[in-house]
Design a binder for this molecule. Structure first.
Ligand SMILES: N[C@@H](Cc1c[nH]cn1)C(=O)NCC(=O)O
Length: 463
């Protein structure tokens, strides 16, 4: 009944003696290839109780992600109130979000290793607790320093929490539907981001009272997230207790050299992750609204709405694409398709007068498809006992890329004097994001055409 554990005392479970539901065939240690089809095992029988347990875990992880992503995006809606009521500068408000990413440039690798060491369930619980403390500190602090410390604490917990939740799904859905389950959980997370953006409409009384009540609502969301994590941890303990009789092996100690054994496909995926997320998150989260206003003549409300449709599309499309991937059994072509849509959208926006709806739709598909495939694919490219480390390393580079892209794009805009009076000043920023998105698409294509093809050839030979 228990999935192959990822860490802690019950970590390495690739040798399985009993025909257990949810415990599946061994995966490759460091294969540089992209699987054509998820391993078909007899473990995910539609009516087996273990399948129900896996979906319960998925529901708890998704609920937990909802609260976590709500807090992640909770500063934007109170930015104006923080400026008016507490006199915060733009730089201070920017820092409340930047301080989330900066420590993670180093720390998530440690977080990933801890996930492999102590297991997904324990780390989900511990990091959800850290996130709750961070959200409370942010909401209750009387001064800027306390709020910044709260966001720092939240960031330290949240990124490792993200890895632990992906690891949980990779464990429980190892026999099938991994992309669908991850897509579903991520889509509920996106719903949390969307809810946070919509909270001024949903909780007008809270916003009428000032900056604090909305942040207390965010802290309540973090508490709900912790509740979900607690239930998941409890369930995982019960599953472990039911599996007492099964031979389990000790966790492998972490060895830095292991990183070099991840294989080429993993490194292509990491490069795509850095470039694609840098464009998506730095452009969409920081500059898109301003760019739509100044270069495309939208007012603030229309620009904000246009941007939020990307989130909304992802809520529905991410699990749908995950389902499709599981069903078709292909990953790399979908990833390449999603990655190629991004430079096309950037080119349409920057170089043509095509309606913004077209580029928004393309970015919406890309934002739904790439994460729906990237994380399940990562779970198949490395050994289960190194999944946390592998994602940790990807997110170290991703956070550095996002922070760097924000700084470079801001510098390019300032240098060119970009603004409402000078829309052409955005050209260098768009060129930068365009080139980065082309780079991401190239790595996705290489991943598909080299590692993916080789896997197909091997499969054909084996047949
Ligand atoms: N490292 C995280 C960054 C993030 C984005 N939203 C909340 N955290 C990540 O890549 N998560 C996976 C995702 O696609 O959201």
């Amino acid at each position: 009944m228990r999935p192959p554990p990822m860490g802690g005392r019950v970590a390495e479970c690739r040798v399985v003696t009993a025909p257990l539901p949810l415990v599946t065939a061994p995966r490759r240690e460091s294969a540089p290839s992209v699987p054509d089809r998820p391993p078909k095992t007899p473990t995910m029988n539609d009516k087996s109780p273990s399948r129900a347990v896996a979906w319960l875990v998925c529901a708890l992880v998704a609920a937990s992600l909802y609260g976590n992503y709500y807090v992640y995006d909770s500063i934007g809606p109170v930015a104006d109130a923080l400026q008016r009521q507490r006199g915060f500068s733009d730089q201070q408000i920017g820092l409340l979000n930047a301080i989330y990413s900066l420590p993670n440039v180093v720390l998530i690798l440690v977080g990933g290793v801890l996930v492999d060491r102590f297991g997904a369930a324990r780390m989900t619980l511990w990091t959800a607790a850290v996130c709750l403390l961070g959200a409370l500190l942010t909401a209750l602090s009387p001064g800027f320093a306390g709020m910044a410390a709260g966001r720092l604490l939240f960031g330290i917990g949240a990124e490792t929490f993200g890895i632990a939740t992906l690891a949980a799904l990779a464990q429980y859905f190892v026999g099938g539907k991994v992309a669908f389950s991850m897509g579903l959980a991520l889509s509920i997370g996106r719903l949390g981001s969307f809810s946070s953006d919509m909270s001024p409409t949903w909780f007008p009384q809270a916003y009428a009272q000032g900056w604090q009540p909305p942040l207390l609502i965010a802290a309540a969301m973090a508490a709900a997230s912790f509740g979900g994590a607690l239930l998941y941890w409890w369930l995982d303990r019960r599953v472990a207790a039911a599996d007492k009789g099964i031979a389990q092996q000790q966790a492998q100690p972490f060895v830095w050299r292991d990183l070099l054994h991840f294989g080429k496909a993993y490194w292509f995926l990491l490069a795509l992750c850095v470039l694609w997320y840098s464009v998506i998150l730095a452009f969409r989260s920081t500059f898109a609204i301003k760019y739509f206003q100044h270069a495309h003549g939208l007012d603030l409300a229309a620009a904000g709405a246009m941007n939020s449709y990307v989130f909304l599309a992802a809520v529905f499309a991410t699990p749908a694409f995950g389902w499709l991937c599981d069903r078709v059994g292909r990953y790399a072509p979908f990833l390449a398709f999603g990655a190629v849509l991004l430079p096309i959208a950037m080119a349409l926006m920057a170089l043509t007068a095509t309606s913004l709806w077209v580029s928004t739709a393309l970015i919406g598909v890309s934002f739904s498809l790439v994460p729906a495939v990237m994380w399940p694919l990562a779970s198949r490219l490395v050994s289960p006992s190194r999944f946390g480390t592998a994602i940790g390393l990807m997110w170290v580079a991703q956070n550095a890329g996002i922070a760097g892209a924000n700084l470079v794009a801001g510098w390019l805009n300032d240098r060119a004097g970009a603004g409402a009076q000078n829309p052409a000043g955005y050209e260098s920023m768009m060129l930068f994001f365009g080139l980065a998105s082309v780079g991401g698409a190239v790595f996705a294509l290489i991943l598909w055409l080299t590692a993916g093809r080789r896997a197909q050839e091997r499969a054909a030979l084996a047949a």
